[in-house]
Write a protein that binds this ligand. Sequence first.
Ligand code: PEP
Ligand code: MG
Length: 539
Amino acid sequence: MAVVISESLELQGRPAAAGIAVGPLIVLGDLSPQRAASGSIEIERRDFESALASAAHDLSQLIARVEGDGSDMLAFQLAYLEDETLRSRVIEVLSNGVPADEAWQQLLNAEINDYRSADDEYFAARSGDLKDLRDRVLRHLKGGVLERSLAPGAVIASDEVGPTLFLEMDWSKGGGLLLTAGSASSHVAMLARASGVPMVVGLGQVNFQDHSEAVIDGETGRAILSPNEEQRNRYLLKLANIKQQKTWETAFLRKPARSADGVHIELLINVAAIEELDRIDSAVCGGIGLMRTEFLFKDGKPLPDEEQQYAAYRRLLEWAGEKPVTIRTLDLGGDKPVRGLTSEREKNPFLGVRGIRLTLVRSNVFRTQLRALARAAVHGNLKVMLPMVTIAEEIRQAGLLLDDVMRELKAEGIACARPPLGIMVEVPAVAIAPELYDEAAFFSIGSNDLTQYVMAAARDEPGVSHLNDPTHPAILKLIASVVAFGRDRNIPVSLCGDMASDPRYLRPLLRAGLRSISVAPDAIGRVKAALSEAVLSET
Ligand code: PEP
Ligand code: MG
């Protein structure tokens, strides 16, 4: 018998989640065998009902162990599955003699297309969740291999993978995802990044069938099918180095944020979702440097009311204890639209009615947020930060509104406190002439926006990503001058843009004089480790 040994095949896709995986290759399309129709309407109906029940059972089990963004998506799928109209529509098609799997597929495909073609981004993004749900029920109907039995540590190849399938797989022994289609901004990609599972998307047409082993480099978007010995060893070595580096960084998590020559740095964290706090001990950081409240405002969902916001802000303060918590008022608009709140007609949303510009126009929404913040302020060390400030008058107007809601709350006999009002330094006007904004209680440099506005290169435009460089001398010069101004005038200055989370940028930031930064929670160990090697007197 001839043994066919495949040639190694190198592929280039788009990176979606960093990390290296080397393991057996499993092609997901193989999982569900053909299903033979029974010919009996009764049996088809019974099989369909039982597949629905099993899928609902899977989802309920997943909901019990998943938090954050994943749990919203699971709740959406479960509610969809339990919708009585959907069930009766499938049964109606079944009653015409159509086999259960075909009837389910017909209806779900039509729904998926409707969602996909929606103008609204929220609905378009949900089409992937429906596809995931469709395939889950189909797998139960067809009795296919269930994801739980996939080899742990395997590299999974497919056109797309649904988020629940991802959540059910066992990633504890490594493994990764290799997608011919897919997107780096999908739900699965977000989940993969959060759980450290390497993922490459957009590989295009690939014949996986001739290969039984694969390597993924989620940093570069490279993949190798049937790697030869030299390639396998090279990547295994990289993997070992990454693991070693991670262990080294983890060891720093609980250590103070101190340079090699003993200078203490204030290291705060950026928070996007309240649930993130469940996984972080407040002892590992100096508090919260940025809470992006816009993530409480989900497109397509009702706006959170005062009570919901108060509960969320209070939770942050209680988590932090005595430590400072900087909560930023709504920064909607730009790349964060919310239907009914932000403008849909702007030609250039990044230069439009965004952040403080929007909240001053929508003062009812702003007042609700300020009331919730003033109420939460009695529970800890709260600071409130205004995004996209461009003229000092915006700080004044926000201050007057805050005074007004304070009067209102006191008159209503509700406990409240007036938090200090600071600003983001992210519009070049502020970074160039910070002296015009000296009524702000503190400055926090938003290097993401500052870079895009100074370099005239949109932060979400791949074609100009080479220009979107936060270490360009023009940006570092502005950062240094804002820090110097703050030091002169006793106005605290921090930096909460993404560059603070990247150890490569630590030295330039320290050189610019920064002694306070706010980083992504998973960067705490990494940044402390890099700091421990920096000699401040030499930066
Ligand atoms: C920034 O612009 O650097 C920042 C922290 O704000 P966001 O990324 O939310 O715009
Ligand atoms: Mg910003």
